[in-house]
Design a protein around this ligand. Sequence first.
Ligand SMILES: C[S@@+](CC[C@H](N)C(=O)[O-])C[C@H]1O[C@@H](n2cnc3c(N)ncnc32)[C@H](O)[C@@H]1O
Length: 222
Amino acid sequence: MQNTFMRLLRNFWLLVFRSLYYPLAPLYDKISHYGFLGQWAKWQLAVVPRLQGKRVLEVGCGTGSLLKVLLEREYKAYGLDASPAMLKQARKKLDRAGFKGRLVQGKVERLPFPDNSFETVVSTFPTGYIMSLESLTEIQRVLYPAGRLIIVDTAVLKPYSRASRFLISLYSRLGIWGGGKNSRQKAGAFYLPLAGAGLIRRDETVEDEFGEVHIIIAIKAW
Ligand SMILES: C[S@@+](CC[C@H](N)C(=O)[O-])C[C@H]1O[C@@H](n2cnc3c(N)ncnc32)[C@H](O)[C@@H]1O
């Protein structure tokens, strides 16, 4: 009975999660903020000190929060996303900040940019696209030689408060990342066919009292 309930809850959560990129896109920022106790934006920012050069492409840019920060810091940045609903949110955010013409609708598997266009490509909290050789080969193509792909793939909350302990336990029961069975859970690392796409991988972890975020940096071989 309890298992059936958890399965239903998990399926419901997955449905909400997928809907977040389409009909529920206006709620995405609030859900990612409150669902991770304000850590989400900080985890996204882990890419900033790792950027190389000024020409940056953010793939799967969602509602454009990181892209706005990059533009404010004078990166020549572009954001690409497959979802018109997410891009609508991003456009509102960028328009308000005075940035125009920085968003492109498209799929990572077929990037509408010439070869060797960017010094860095970033992807935070990607969905399955980042595991496909097709996507990684496209990313490699648009990177300058020795350019880098920075992926913030997973993050976990730490049990620093009653709310974080509740969320950790909930996410753990639902089998989604963001919480662990115990306080020692680590942010994981996806297996990605980076070498097959001509990208050389290294892994980093950034940790503070509130959580832990895992980062993959993949350099284009030259
Ligand atoms: C989990 S959200 C992450 C959004 C944002 N990077 C963040 O950190 O909040 C994943 C995003 O990837 C986009 N996406 C999924 N598959 C894609 C694909 N094949 N090409 C481009 N964008 C894709 C979704 O529309 C969604 O906006």
